[in-house]
Design a protein around this ligand. Sequence first.
Ligand code: ARG
Ligand code: ZN
Length: 890
Amino acid sequence: MKTEHAPTIQRADYRPLSWTVETVDLHFALDPEATVVTNRMLCVRNPDADAGPIRLWGEDLKRLSLTVDGQAPAALRESGALIEIDAGGDRVVVEVRTRIDPKANTTLSGLYLSNGGFFTQCEAEGFRRITCFPDRPDVMARFTVTLEADRANCPVLLSNGNLIGQGELPDGRHYARWEDPFPKPCYLFALVAADLVALERTVQTMSGREVLLQVWVEEGNLDRCGHAMDSLVHSMRWDEETFGLELDLDRFMIVAVADFNMGAMENKGLNIFNTKFVLAKPDTATDIDYEHVESVVAHEYFHNWTGNRVTCRDWFQLTLKEGLTVFRDQQFSADMLARAAGAEGAASARAVKRIDDVRVLRAAQFPEDAGPMAHPIRPDSYQEINNFYTATVYEKGAEVIRMLHTLLGQEGFRNGMDLYFSYHDGEAVTCDDFVEVMSEANNGFDLDQFMRWYSQAGTPRVKASGEWNAAVGSYTLTLAQYTPATPGQHAKLPLVIPVAVGLIGPDGRDCALRLDGEAQDGATTRVLKLTADEQRFRFVGLAAEPVPSLLRGFSAPVVLELDEDDARLAFRMAHDADPFNRWDAAQRYAERVVLAMAADAAAPVPDAFVAAFRALLGDGALDPAFRAQALALPGEAYLLERMAPAEPLALRAALVRLMRTLGERLAADWLALFDAMQVPGEYRYHPADAGRRALANLALRYLAAAGDGEGLARAQTRFEAASNMTERFGALAALVQSTHPAREAALEAFHARYRDDALVLDKWFALQAGAWRWDDAAAPVLDRVRALLSDPAFSLSNPNKVYALLGTYFRANPGEFHAADGSGHAFWAEQVIALNGRNPQVAARMARALESWRRFTPALQASIRAQLERVLASEGLSPDVAEVVGKALD
Ligand code: ARG
Ligand code: ZN
C-alpha cells in the first residue's frame, strides 16, 4: 500500500514518453494467493518525444525477473512506483515476471478475488498493480492474453477481444487465449476467471455483421439478466441510428461482480459491472433500478467509441470521455422514455429525465463546486486521480457537452462527432482536440471563449431582471453573470452561457418572441447567448407585461438569480409551457417555504403554497411521472447548499413539519391519488407504469409522514400484497418514514424474505440509515447504524454495503449525521480510518462527506474540524484520503 502522502501532479507537466509499447503478450498463471504474470512487451522508441529511458510503473508487485531482449538490463533505476531502464536501438522486447496476491488485495484495484473468482479493475492506475508497464492512457498497445486457472473453480476464462484458443492442462487446470485486435491503453485491459454462466443473444449490426452478446453472472442470477441484455441491444441500435457508430468486435461481454468500487467499467469488449447495475427482476429491483441498469449499460457501451476508440491523452482529460459519454447516455435515456411515451407524452417524458439529471447535478455537483475540492471539468492538478471521478468531471462535464449541442444544433453536433472520429480514431487526445473539431465541422464556429468552461471551476450565477415598457410594448431583460472564487482561482472571466428564454403572457400562454431589430419567426422559446458580464435583450411587440421563464430545460449549469414573488412562482407552477421550468418553479417555491420555516420554527406553511401544490397534485392532464417530480420536495443536500450558515437540524425540523402539513392538509387528495394510480396486471418495466407507481409511492410518503390512519393502512396492505419490489419497497419506505408501530415488523419481514439477496439487503440497510426521526422521543439513527455494522450481512469489505449503510447515513441523512453532540462526526472518523486500511478509494469517497464543513454553524464547524484533524493525524493514511482531508482543512 502507498502510505506516504502523494505529491501533486500538474497538467502542465505533461510530456510524451520516450518509449511506448506496440504489442503486449500477457500470461497469467492464476492462483488466489500467488498469481504469476509474465508480460512481454515490444517497446518502441517514440519519434515524437525526447530521448530518454523506458519508463514503467509497478506497485505492490513482487518482481521475479526483468529482461531487455533476453538480457539483464544495463541500467535500471527505481523510485517509488517508477522504474527507468536505459535501452539502445528503436525496438526492444522487455519481459517482466511478477507475482501478486489477489486474495490480499482489498483495494479492488488491480487483480482481486470476489466470491472465489478473479476480476480486474484497471482504471485509472490499477494495471501497474498487475505488472510493470508504462501505465498511461497515451500508450496504446495490442494485447494478447493467456489465462491459466483451475478448471473446477474457474470454468470461465475471459479477456478482451476474441477467443483464439483454449484447452486442457495438467493438474485439473485449463487455459484460454484472447486477442484484442484494437490497440488500447492498459486501463482498458480486463480479465475474468470465475464460475459464471451467460445469457447470450446474437444480433446483427447495421452493416449486417453477426455479433455475440453475453451477460455473465453467477448461476442463480440468470433470471435477472434479461433487462441488461435488452438495454445493450437498445444501446447498440441507438448509437447506430444517432451517431452512425457500430460495434467493432465479434463479441461483446458484460460481467457482473458483487465487489466493485464504482458502477461499471468499459474494458474493451469485456465490460465489468457492479451487480447493482446488471441484475434486475420484478421481485428484487425497483423501477429506478431498472432505469439505472439501462443507463449504465448504455454508458459503458457508448464508451466503446467515446473513450476506447478515441481515448484520453492523460488523466486530466478525463471529462473528454466521461462528460461526453454521460451526455450520450442521458440523450439515450431521454429518447427511450420519449419513445415509450408516444408522440403526445414525449416532451413531458424528456423533461422528467432532464429533471432527474438536474437533481443529481444540484445535489452533488453544486456543493462540490462550492467546496474545497472544487475543480474545473478539466482539472489542473491532482494528488490521487481516483479522487477526480467526480460529479464535476462527469455531470458538469456532460452539461458542457450539452451546451455545445445547444449552440451547434443537433446536426452541427453530429458533424463534429463525425469529424472527431475521422481525425482521431485510434488516438489519445485532449479536450482541446475535441472542441477544435467541433468548431472546424461548423464553419469555424468560435469556441475560444467557450473553452473557459474547461478551465474555470465554480457554479456561475446568472442574475436576471426585467423591465416592462407599457407605452411601447417592450420588455427588456438584463442578464448578468459572475462566478464565485474557488480554491486557487480568484478572478473569473465571463463564460458563454446559453440562456433559453420564454415569455409568458397574462393568460398563461407563451408569447411569440421578437428581439428588437429582428423579424418575427413565431418561436416561443429562444436561446440567448450571454457572453459578457452583463447584456440586455429587448423584446418588442408585446401586448401586456410578460412573466419571464428563464433557463428553460436548464440550458446551462448555473444558478439563476431572479426575484420572483410567491404569486409569480405559483403562476409559473401552473402555466409555464416548459415542463422543466414548471417543475423548477415548484422547487423554488418549496425551497422558499422550507427555508423560511427553518429560519423560524413558528413560521406556518403558507396557504397559497398548499393551494399551488394541491393544483398540481390534482392536475390529471399532467403525466404521473412529472407530477411525482413536481410534488417531491427539493433534496436536503441541495437545500443545505442554499442555506447560510447551513443548519442541518433546523432544516430537518422544517422538512418534517412541511411533509406533515402537506400530508395532513391534502390527505383526501393523496388518498384519492394513491387509489387512482394503481397499476393493474402483472409488473412490467414501462415508464408509464413506473410514473404511476412513483406517484402512488409519493402519496404514501406524505400520508405516512402525517400519520394518516387510512394512508398507513394502505401502506401496510401494499407492503404485504405487493407483486413487485417497487411497490413493496415504496410501502416499506413509507412505513419506516412514520411513527407507525408496524415499521419494525415490516423491516423484519422484509429482511426475512430477502435474507440471502445481497442487493436487496443493500436497500434494507440504506432505508434504515436514511430514516428520519418523526417522533422526538425516538433513538438517534446512529444507534441503528452502529448496530447494523455487526449485522452478519454487513461487511466493510464490500463497497455496496459501505455505500448503503455508511454512505447513506453520511450523505443522505444530514439531519441525523450532524447531531449537535458530534456523535455522528466521531463515528465518521472512526469509519473512515477503518476503511482507509482496506480500500482507500472507498474511504476517500466516505471522507468527502464532511468537506463542506465551513458552511456550517460555528459549533458544528468545531466538532467537524476536530474529527478531520483526527483522520489527518491517523497512521498509514492513504494518499486518497489525505488529499480529501488535507484540502478540507486547507
Ligand atoms: N470509466 C468508468 C466509468 O465511468 C469509471 C471507472 C472509474 N474507476 C476508478 N476506480 N476510478 O464508467
Ligand atoms: Zn464512464
